[in-house]
Design a protein around this ligand. Structure first.
Ligand code: CA2
Length: 172
């Protein structure tokens, strides 16, 4: 078996106060291939934080914003697309780091376009300072916004942006 953690399965996606159930807007935080290797390989490019660290940061930020998150990672394109489809009627928004599929997947772009939810694309690294093949993202074409180059903090900023987009939708 190769080193590194296995692809991750989702935890429970909702949160409630004891004795007082609340329904919080659910944000799917979806992570693509190889992001389960964060912190274990190539710290020079992607930093020392693990995906568990990023999940903890997202959970903390979501709590502050009164959002629930469903944080997931997969190495499989089909699974990522199915998770996007499952957001229809279930999630209020999507934060997605599509990793390598950003640059290759028309199918993922189509799925995001079909669910038509507020979507923020996140990249840990500044993809525009890297190889030319990383400069184009199919996902950016259908995302509400894109954050790159700010490391794990980009995920927290993306959740804040989604909260703002949801609030703007609600007041329209
Ligand atoms: O900067 C990002 O967040 C990326 O989405 C990361 C992807 C890359 O293909 C995109 O161009 C930019 C790669 C994720 C791979 O993560 C690794 C982590 C540790 C060791 C090896 C790969």
């Amino acid at each position: 078996m190769l080193g590194g953690p296995p692809a991750r399965t989702p935890p429970a996606a909702t949160r409630s106060t004891p004795g007082e159930p609340v329904t919080l807007p659910l944000i799917a935080v979806l992570n693509g291939p190889n992001l389960n290797m964060l912190g274990l390989r190539e710290p020079g490019i992607y930093g020392a934080a693990t995906l568990d660290d990023i999940e903890a940061l997202c959970a903390e930020t979501a709590e502050e914003l009164n959002l629930a998150i469903d944080f997931r990672q997969t190495n499989a394109e089909a699974e990522l697309i199915s998770w996007v489809q499952e957001c229809h009627g279930r999630a209020a928004g999507i934060v997605i780091n599509p990793a390598g599929y950003s640059h290759t997947s028309v199918a993922l772009m189509d799925a995001l376009s079909a669910v038509a939810l507020p979507t923020v694309e996140v990249h840990l690294s500044n993809i525009h300072r890297r190889e030319a093949f990383r400069h184009h993202s199919y996902v950016s074409r259908v995302a509400s916004g894109v954050i790159c180059g700010l490391g794990p903090h980009g995920y927290a900023l993306a959740l804040r942006a989604i909260a703002g987009l949801i609030a703007a939708d609600d007041s329209a």
